[in-house]
Design a protein around this ligand. Structure first.
Ligand code: TRP
Length: 327
């Protein structure tokens, strides 16, 4: 079985983009792979998040992932900071990566990389991400398109380290999810649904109330030619609605388009399909939310499993660079 690792930030309410683009694939992958899933609370510290909020959102994220179908008997779900090896390996990799490489990261540039006041952690974010991946000898890393460059850097770092010190790391590959999984902003369908840049009307949270989902889909931006057709280039709003319908019914957007003459009918069905697809998740979330002690217990077990793998890799890396083993 291939080893899979992925990470998600505990950034508050996950939205449809996170669900259809990532979380749902994670659930599917736990059957065919030896999967490790990491809630990356250390990465969240690169933003100005309030301590209480970070703690709460970390457990929230675990609840959502479990509610979505991650099964601790089939995968290892853990919190990044519970495995100190992530921070330990980061240093070794910071002594492998170069300033030039990190400066070229588009995510860093987009988030204000040129400014004096930007946090050092935002600059070294991709190195921590490389540590997340390399510690688990991951073969495959399912990520969105926006993380492709970070994955490429991870590979570069792994290859350089291996060349310099001997073959310590598995060189991972990015697995980008299938087409149709890219969910766009409902108000600005030319850009990705994203919590940080979207208006509240543009994003739908996974746990949002059915009436809210209905309202937002009804208000979703379309176009004025009135023809129902799947054409992401010239009809991005409509294409997004058809993709959402396809994602929630396991259909194909081109084919689904043929069933509709009017935008209103399509929107009604999109809302109904989303509500139905998310219903089991909402119900399980409510149960887990009421029993956070159990969620914490599961995270504890995940941390033990994760540490076992991570510590072994870290020890090999530390030995390879010449750090003296504790006598
Ligand atoms: N940077 C990723 C994102 O924002 C999250 C992440 C952190 C990650 N570590 C990872 C993803 C390791 C995959 C593997 O989406």
């Amino acid at each position: 079985m291939p080893r899979v690792l992925s990470g998600i930030q505990p950034s508050g309410d996950l939205h449809l983009g996170n669900y259809f683009g990532a979380v749902r694939n994670w659930v599917a992958d736990q059957e065919r792979a030896d999967a490790f899933y990491c809630i990356v609370d250390l990465h969240a510290l690169t933003t100005s998040i309030e301590p209480g909020q970070l703690r709460r959102q970390t457990v929230d994220a675990a609840c959502v992932l479990l509610a979505a179908g991650l099964d601790p008997n089939q995968c290892t779900l853990f919190v990044q900071s519970h495995v100190p090896a992530h921070q330990q390996l980061t240093w070794l990799l910071e002594c492998t990566a170069t300033v030039g490489e990190l400066r070229r990261m588009t995510q860093f540039k987009d988030k204000g990389g040129g400014q004096e006041t930007v946090r050092v952690g935002l600059f070294t974010y991709p190195v921590l991400m490389a540590a997340d991946i390399l510690l688990y000898n991951a073969d495959q890393v399912p990520v969105g398109d926006d993380q492709r460059q970070h994955l490429e850097l991870t590979r570069e770092i792994a290859i350089r380290f291996n060349n310099r010190y001997g073959g310590v790391f598995t060189v991972p590959e990015a697995t980008i999810p299938k087409v149709g999984a890219r969910v766009m902003d409902l108000q600005h369908p030319e850009r990705k649904m994203s919590k940080s840049v979207s208006s509240p009307l543009g994003t739908v949270g996974i746990l949002e109330a059915p009436e809210e989902i209905e309202r937002k889909i009804k208000k979703a931006v379309t176009d004025t030619d009135g023809e129902v057709r799947y054409d992401p280039e010239s009809k991005p709003g409509l294409a997004n609605l058809l993709s959402l319908l396809a994602a929630s019914t396991d259909g194909r957007p081109e084919q689904l388009a043929e069933n509709y003459d009017r935008y209103g009918d399509l929107k009604k069905d999109v809302a109904a399909a989303l509500i139905e697809a998310l219903r089991p998740l909402r119900e399980r979330y409510a149960e887990l939310d009421a029993d956070r002690g159990e969620v914490l217990r599961l995270l504890g077990l995940g941390a033990v499993q994760a540490r076992e793998v991570a510590n072994e890799t870290y020890a090999r890396a530390a030995d390879a660079v010449g750090l003296l083993a504790e006598p």
